[in-house]
Design a protein around this ligand. Sequence first.
Ligand SMILES: Cc1cc2nc3c(=O)[nH]c(=O)nc-3n(C[C@H](O)[C@H](O)[C@H](O)COP(=O)(O)OP(=O)(O)OC[C@H]3O[C@@H](n4cnc5c(N)ncnc54)[C@H](O)[C@@H]3O)c2cc1C
Length: 223
Amino acid sequence: MEQHFVKIKSIEKITHDVLRIVTEKPNAYHFISGQATEISIDKTGWENERRPFTFTCLPTDSYLEFTIKTYPSHKGVTNELLKLKEEDGLILHDVFGAIAYKGEGIFIAGGAGVTPFISIFRLLQSKNEVGGNKLIFANKSRADIILEHEFKRLLGRNFINILSDEKVEEYAYGYVTAEFLKQNIIDHKKRIYLCGPEPMMESVEKQLSNLGVEAKSIVKEEF
Ligand SMILES: Cc1cc2nc3c(=O)[nH]c(=O)nc-3n(C[C@H](O)[C@H](O)[C@H](O)COP(=O)(O)OP(=O)(O)OC[C@H]3O[C@@H](n4cnc5c(N)ncnc54)[C@H](O)[C@@H]3O)c2cc1C
């Protein structure tokens, strides 16, 4: 198992519970957009508590960036991350991940499940290849939307938000239902990228299947 000791270059909140953490990049450490690594905190008692997090920067950046939703009630790693500051140390491990860009499609994310798509969309933008890709982003409330302005700039009308707990004029309200998917997935032959918490993934996959989307055209990872 690989182990890389890196220092935090910056750490800041980008929503009420999401941290953006930028770290040093180890030499010869490679990933592709959509991939993740396990991170532990280089602090007594926490070195062996590894949790998976996705790279949200570009593979070519000289630093690494992570976008991490924190859960203080779990009293786990993400709660400890909230206490860290610049120059504190993290331990990175092997690179892995099931999500990779395989061509234009519809990206469906729930909460922090958007993180593999951040690096993918940033990469597409850097190559001027955002094209007709679409992001459907499900959250509880507007305050939970990660990188709302960046996605709006990047995708325009192809950035579709749905909120379960708050009514906002230009956004859909409720859960991702079959009806909602029918309205937003016009071409069943398109590739679907899906990432989010288990209950959301299960329900969306069932609805996609009912709409005639084949399992083989779904690229997915459960968070
Ligand atoms: C491949 C992959 C990539 C990922 N990338 C990202 C990413 O880029 N950004 C991101 O934000 N997340 C990402 N995740 C999810 C992330 O790994 C988890 O949110 C993280 O592991 C939570 O760690 P934690 O130690 O804070 O809490 P946990 O490990 O979830 O919990 C610690 C302890 O808290 C207790 N607990 C568990 N659930 C609850 C609960 N609901 N209420 C109270 N106590 C509870 C349990 O005793 C548990 O052992 C990814 C997941 C995967 C699989």
